[in-house]
Design a binder for this molecule. Structure first.
Ligand code: CP
Ligand code: NVA
Length: 308
């Protein structure tokens, strides 16, 4: 694979344009097939990915670590708490030092500014693996899954129901560069980030709409997507949110509004009985486990293109 992405880092998702997504998805499909066929492909021999985690993770940690291994490299798990960052060493110094040891850094933390600051001082690629604001790697896997299941993303209606959180913001950034309709339904006071939304509305090739009524957002949708109502770090808001989000559950009644062929997606972890019913997430339209698997393949393509 000789092709490259135009930017060194993936810190926001703004780095990627349509051609970059299509390149990543073609490589994702190729790597997925190689793995299925039992063929080894190790373009990242001798390469190490440093993985800094300040928040919990199952999918992101395992898929990045296994992905590096499968590509011939290795991954280092670093809990923020155990490094000197946890004792106040600056992000700038940490970035400069880690750049001397590893070939790429993946960060899951609270503040988006921290990831951006790390990238400014890092001489190796930096990947955002979730902040309070964004989750760009998730959207790569999601869009790839959509192309696998529905053939294309172009022209589709994607409905996001629930909290205007990091995943919703990353969907909006993707919609600002790709030709699909994005309809979000969020309770008042829980809209996505206004700056991201305003920028996307100027740039989006198709259209982004915010609804209060989830039935309207989901009407004739090709994809119905949801995420938890209480994200990591918001635990104390739980009681209030449970009340405010009632009516935004992805359930049988809501799904009836979508196209008959619509697929149901969730970035996981899921809370059955809250943002989605067990019947729907475990039902025939749900693609959540393929979606989770594709984190591995999509991030391998990303790692290869950034670190290779
Ligand atoms: N979807 C996702 O990022 O899952 P983890 O929190 O388990 O990494
Ligand atoms: N919005 C969720 C996504 C988890 C992958 C969170 O931030 O907790």
């Amino acid at each position: 694979m000789k092709a490259k992405l135009p930017e060194k880092h993936l810190v926001s998702g703004y780095e990627l344009r349509r051609g970059d997504y299509d390149l990543l998805f073609a490589e994702t499909a190729r790597l997925k097939k190689l793995l299925r066929d039992g063929k080894a492909y190790k373009p990242l021999r001798q390469k190490t990915l440093g993985m800094i985690f300040d928040k919990h993770s199952t999918r992101t940690r395992v898929s990045f670590e296994v992905g590096m291994y499968q590509l011939g490299g290795q991954a280092l798990f670093l809990s923020g708490r155990d490094t000197q960052i946890g004792r106040g060493e600056t992000i700038a110094d940490t970035a400069r030092i880690m750049s001397r040891y590893v070939d790429g850094v993946m960060i899951r933390t609270y503040s988006q500014q921290s990831v951006e600051e790390f990238a400014r001082f890092s001489t190796v690629p930096v990947i955002n693996a979730l902040t309070d604001l964004l989750h760009p790697c998730q959207i790569l896997s999601d869009l790839f899954t959509i192309t696998e299941k529905l053939g294309v993303y172009e022209g589709l209606k994607i409905a996001y129901v629930g909290d205007g959180n990091n995943v919703a913001n990353s969907w909006i950034i993707a919609a600002s560069h790709l030709p699909f309709h994005l309809d979000l339904a969020c309770p008042e006071g829980y809209d996505p980030d206004q700056t991201i939304l305003a920028k996307a509305r100027q740039e989006a090739p198709v259209g982004i709409e915010i609804h209060r009524d989830p039935l309207k957002a989901v009407r004739d949708a090709d994809v119905v997507y949801t995420d938890v109502w209480v994200s990591m770090g918001q635990e104390e808001e739980r009681e209030v949110k449970m009340k405010r989000f009632r009516g935004y559950q992805v359930n049988r009644k809501l799904i009836k509004e979508a196209k008959k062929t619509a697929i149901v997606m969730h970035c996981l972890p899921a809370h059955r009985g809250e943002e989605i019913t067990a019947e729907i997430i475990d039902g025939p339209r749900s693609v959540v486990f393929d979606q989770a698997e594709n984190r591995l393949h999509a991030q391998k393509a990303l790692l290869e293109l950034l670190l290779g």
